[in-house]
Design a protein around this ligand. Structure first.
Ligand code: PHE
Length: 451
């Protein structure tokens, strides 16, 4: 009997929206705008655009091409590229990184789901208590409730993945991504009516050209680009493997990168005008989404509704990213051990939920652990996955794609064989730009470790 055919995206739109759903996540909403604001606003934006075009698009295209050519999930795709070299195990790094990121990403997603539920049911968090910071900190320190939301998020993610590529990931993306876009546009239009709109724009866009002389800006832009597009984690290799050979890849890679960037910029246009309109501070990270913004929604006319839209948007963004991370690990287990999709989904979803439990408890019960620099358990997991494994895998991938994959085969797989100049530019980037730039980022992450 013939082997059953590999699962496939049913439509071009389904593939695009699924990949975009993976790329657009928590990282776009708060991380991008904050990093931009702190690193020179418009000047950073320019650097970021250059980097996503010179590094992000080529690597994304390379990942798609590898997955589609090898018709297999990410680790096997790498192994098939260099079957008899010791590089063949390199693809496992991406699997480990994806699993680790999903484990702690689910903790933060759980907070998001809980806030969404509060706003949607009209029970905006603790307006009576007066302090959103205290309410948030007390909440994440409590042992059980956050775990329950984290479990719910993982269960939902797992249920989608258990349904498969077409009936699970593609279907959900086709429904949720348009909702996400509508929510974002609605919020952006509302934001333009706020008195702080100009100041928000200035924070995000006013170029401070002096920053171009500081190396930190390039590092920040590159790190953000990797995380935001979702590179070097196996996601895009695995997603590419479900794409039929008849649909060209380069246009898809450009569309996804530009869509991801546009989403991040628009999210900044939603957040900062609101923050400045109410005279608050654009704090970083979790503080912005869970403390400053609830404060803003509390003061804003119709803030309950705006808050509900905002947290619903964040929930969708987080869910579709979690789905892509779980798929990487599940597809690997199916291929490696011959497990059925259902079995792989539920056992790995369960194991990664368990792995995320310490990350959640690290804010309460286990907050006293003596970790370096006062980091939490979640910070440490994030550092290992996003700052070490990601750039390491990025360099390896670029070397594999640019140097170990015969050039004409790579060009063919990427639909760039007849493409003259474009093909040359793509290959040049994979060979030289990506390894060089990402190698520098990796050294930057290692520097604090060696003191
Ligand atoms: N790109 C997602 C974000 O911006 C996070 C993510 C990383 C998702 C890697 C999948 C893979 O939040």
């Amino acid at each position: 009997m013939d082997k059953p055919q590999r699962e496939q995206w049913q439509s071009k739109r389904g593939f695009l929206l699924a990949a975009l759903g993976s790329a657009v996540g928590l990282g776009n909403v708060w991380r991008f705008s904050y990093v931009a604001g702190e690193n020179g606003g418009g000047a950073f934006l320019l650097v970021y655009l250059f980097i996503v075009l010179l590094v992000g698009v080529p690597l994304l295209l390379g990942e798609f091409a590898l997955g589609r050519r090898m018709q297999s999930e990410s680790a096997t795709a790498v192994a098939r590229l260099v079957p008899s070299s010791r590089w063949r195990h390199a693809g496992l790094i991406g699997i480990v990184a994806a699993g680790l990121i999903l484990a702690y990403y689910a903790v933060i997603a759980g907070w998001v789901f809980r806030y969404a539920a509060l706003y949607l049911t009209g029970a905006a968090p603790d307006l009576a208590s007066g302090s959103h910071a205290a309410a948030f900190e007390a909440y994440i320190a409590s042992p059980l409730q956050p775990l329950a939301w984290q479990l719910l998020g993982m269960a939902l993610t797992t249920a989608i993945i258990a349904q498969g590529v077409e009936k699970g990931i593609e279907k959900v993306s086709l429904v949720l991504m348009p909702v996400l876009a509508l929510l974002l546009i609605g919020l952006a239009v509302h934001s333009a009516t706020l008195p702080g709109f100009d100041r928000g724009l200035a924070f995000l866009f006013q170029p401070d050209w002096a920053v171009l002389a500081t190396p930190g800006v390039y590092l920040a832009a590159l790190g953000q680009a990797f995380f935001s597009i979702g590179l070097a984690m196996g996601v895009m290799v695995t997603y590419g493997s479900y794409q039929p050979a008849t649909r060209p890849l380069p246009g898809a890679a450009v569309t996804i990168v530009l869509g991801d960037t546009l989403f991040a910029i628009t999210a900044g246009l939603v957040i900062f005008p609101a923050v400045f309109s109410f005279g608050l501070d654009p704090a970083q990270g979790a503080g912005l989404a869970f403390i400053v913004l609830p404060e803003v929604f509390g003061q804003m006319a119709g803030g309950g509704l705006v808050g509900a839209a905002f947290f619903l948007l964040l929930s969708i963004a987080a869910l579709t990213s979690m789905v892509s991370l779980l798929e990487v690990v599940v597809a690997h287990a199916m291929q490696r051990w011959g497990w059925s999709r259902k079995r792989a989904s539920w056992s790995i979803g369960g194991a990664l939920f368990a792995l995320g439990i310490p990350a959640s408890l690290g804010f309460g019960l286990w907050a006293g652990l003596p970790l370096p620099d006062g980091r939490t358990i979640l910070d440490v997991m994030d550092f290992i996955a996003a700052d070490l494994l990601l750039p390491l895998n990025g360099v390896l991938l670029a070397v594999l794609l640019g140097w170990l994959w015969p050039r004409h085969e790579a060009l063919q797989a990427a639909d760039l064989h007849g493409g003259g100049r474009l093909g040359r530019a793509w290959h040049f980037s994979l060979r030289y730009l990506v390894p060089l730039l990402v190698g520098v980022v990796l050294l930057g992450s290692l520097a604090p470790l060696v003191g």
